[in-house]
Design a protein around this ligand. Sequence first.
Ligand code: ADP
Ligand code: MG
Length: 153
Amino acid sequence: MYVIITKNAAETMQVGRRLAALVRPGDVITLSGSLGAGKTTFAAGFGEGLGIDEPVTSPSFVLVRSYSSGFTPLVHVDAYRLTSLGEFADLDVLDEAAEGVLLIEWGDAVVGVLPEDHLRIHIDVDLDDDETRTITFHPNGGWNQRPLEEVIQ
Ligand code: ADP
Ligand code: MG
């Protein structure tokens, strides 16, 4: 488990950018935390780090947005409005992202059908300060061998 505290949205984006340096095709990453915690903000920084030439924006209405202009493809999912694992399976995003990175907001709901090798990221909002977030990384399987300490420094 790795933890970093950010003091504003730009710092959270910076953490996302640093994580992008560690990813490989086939990676699966989930983001959790309450509405407004900063999941999409993190994803936007991650997209910048991948070199995607357009802003990564919330997929909450379309469920899935895909980007191919970075050094690895990104499939960005918002699972908030999914009501069953079957609906998630129907999106077929694990296949779509096989050659790229799959990043799932509200991903805790579908973690049971994800590969053993995945990274879970949780963002907590500070009760005393509007702009402080605690970001916790939970590596699973092969992610335990990745240098996540480079992301939290
Ligand atoms: P989510 O996708 O989790 O619902 P968003 O990323 O869409 O959340 O929104 C997070 C909001 O909180 C943005 O308006 C962002 O500017 C703000 N914010 C304030 N402080 C931070 C921080 N430290 N990290 C991320 N977002 C922050
Ligand atoms: Mg969001």
